[in-house]
Structure formats: structure tokens, C-alpha cells
Design a protein around this ligand. Structure first.
Ligand code: HEC
Ligand code: HEC
Length: 158
């Protein structure tokens, strides 16, 4: 057991539970869910790097074709929160510019079994629409057992 814990601590073993639970960290400013969860899911901060969150929060006036501008006293605590809880390493690599957590190697790997037709289903619309397939995304739960794909596609557990 002690050896297992040591390996977990070193990041050499990861339990599925660590990947499928991503609740919003408790130190979120109240404005985070209200302002960043109104057009889409308030994304888990660990899915982008600190540099990429800086990019996102530095360009809210041109936000993926939308205007998500905030006044500075609301914007600043959200940026600080995202940077404090940002991810690193493989989970955030490949996000591109502008940064998309749905472009990372990690995201693609986690979703490599999703059929192309499902991504194109109009109930999905975009990979960023997490809740289309993860009904409890809002609660931070992405467990494979809960996945419901539109169009009647089945996800086979492996
Ligand atoms: C006015 C609506 C709106 C608000 C408010 C908003 N966004 Fe977005 N956001 C969008 C749209 C539209 C997209 C593009 C979604 C897509 O391509 O499916 C997007 C995409 C994103 C993406 C990239 C998702 C991907 O494709 O991987 C991130 C990260 C993001 N938003 C973060 C935030 C944060 C942080 C806030 C709060 C400061 C915020 N958004 C507020 C509309 C909004
Ligand atoms: C079109 C449906 C769909 C959308 C949209 C989607 N997912 Fe998934 N997701 C799945 C499926 C199916 C799996 C399991 C895939 C597999 O086993 O290859 C999965 C797996 C995952 C896992 C791994 C769970 C585990 O137990 O390891 C996480 C985390 C995850 N998704 C997060 C997200 C996030 C965050 C978003 C939005 C930014 C998102 N997903 C959008 C269908 C989707």
C-alpha cells in the first residue's frame, strides 16, 4: 500500500477516479460560475495551463467569436483563480491559439472512441458542449458510467 501511494504521489499510477472527478475548486470567486458558466460549462481550471488562461482572460473582448468582456474588478479574481488552479504537463499540451482545452492531446486521447457522427450530431454541436454527453458535468463528474451520447450511440466500457 505504501509503495502504491508513493507511485501515485510520483504520478506514475493514476486512478480513474482522479480523471473523472473535476469539481470546481473551492477557492473560486462567486463570479466564476456566474460569468464563465453562462454560455457554456464553467470549465475545470486544470484543463488549461496558466499561460493559456492568461491568454483567454487577456482577450475576453474577442472570445471565440463572442464578446465576454468583464470589468477589471470581476475579471482579475477570476484570472487569479484560474492561474492558481491551472494544469500542467500532458493534460494541457496542444491547446493551440486561441487555447482550447478540447484540442489538447489529453482531451483527444480521452475521446478517441467517440464516433465522428456523434461529434456532428446537432445536440452536441461542439466538443466544448461537455454536458451533451456528460449529464453531470456541471457537478464536475465525467465518470464513464454516466456518459449518455445523443443519437442513441452506446459507449462500451473497457
Ligand atoms: C457571451 C458568452 C460567453 C461567455 C460569458 C464566456 N464564454 Fe467562453 N466561450 C464562448 C464561446 C461561444 C466559445 C466557443 C465554443 C465552441 O467553440 O463550442 C467559448 C469557448 C471557451 C473556451 C474554449 C473551449 C474549447 O473549445 O476548448 C474556454 C477555455 C472558455 N470559453 C473560457 C471562458 C471563461 C474562463 C469565461 C469567463 C471569463 C468564459 N469563457 C465566458 C462564449 C462565452
Ligand atoms: C460527444 C460526446 C462527448 C462530449 C461533447 C464530451 N465528452 Fe468527454 N467523454 C465522452 C466519451 C464517450 C468518453 C469515454 C471515451 C472513451 O472511453 O474513449 C469521455 C471521456 C471523458 C473523460 C474521461 C473519464 C474517465 O473516466 O477517465 C473526461 C475527463 C471527459 N470526457 C471530459 C470532458 C469534458 C471536460 C468535455 C467538454 C469540454 C467533454 N468531455 C465533452 C463523450 C463526450
Amino acid at each position: 500500500m505504501q509503495r502504491t501511494l508513493a507511485l501515485v504521489a510520483m504520478g506514475l499510477i493514476s486512478f480513474p477516479a482522479l480523471a473523472d472527478r473535476m469539481p470546481i475548486p473551492a477557492d473560486a470567486p462567486p463570479a466564476f460560475k456566474a460569468e464563465c458558466g453562462s454560455c457554456h460549462l464553467a470549465f475545470p481550471p486544470a484543463l488549461l495551463s496558466a499561460d493559456d488562461w492568461r491568454r483567454v482572460m487577456g482577450g475576453l473582448d474577442k472570445h471565440y467569436g463572442d464578446n465576454a468582456t468583464l470589468d477589471e474588478k470581476t475579471r482579475r479574481p477570476i484570472e487569479d483563480f484560474l492561474i492558481r488552479n491551472a494544469g500542467s504537463g500532458r493534460r494541457t499540451m496542444g491547446a493551440g491559439v486561441p487555447p482550447r482545452l478540447t484540442f489538447t492531446d489529453w482531451f483527444r486521447h480521452k475521446h478517441d472512441e467517440v464516433p465522428a457522427a456523434v461529434w456532428k450530431d446537432k445536440q452536441v454541436g461542439s466538443a466544448a458542449n461537455c454536458a451533451a454527453c456528460h449529464p453531470r458535468a456541471e457537478a464536475g463528474s465525467f465518470s464513464e458510467r454516466e456518459i449518455r451520447m445523443p443519437g442513441g450511440y452506446r459507449h462500451e466500457h473497457d
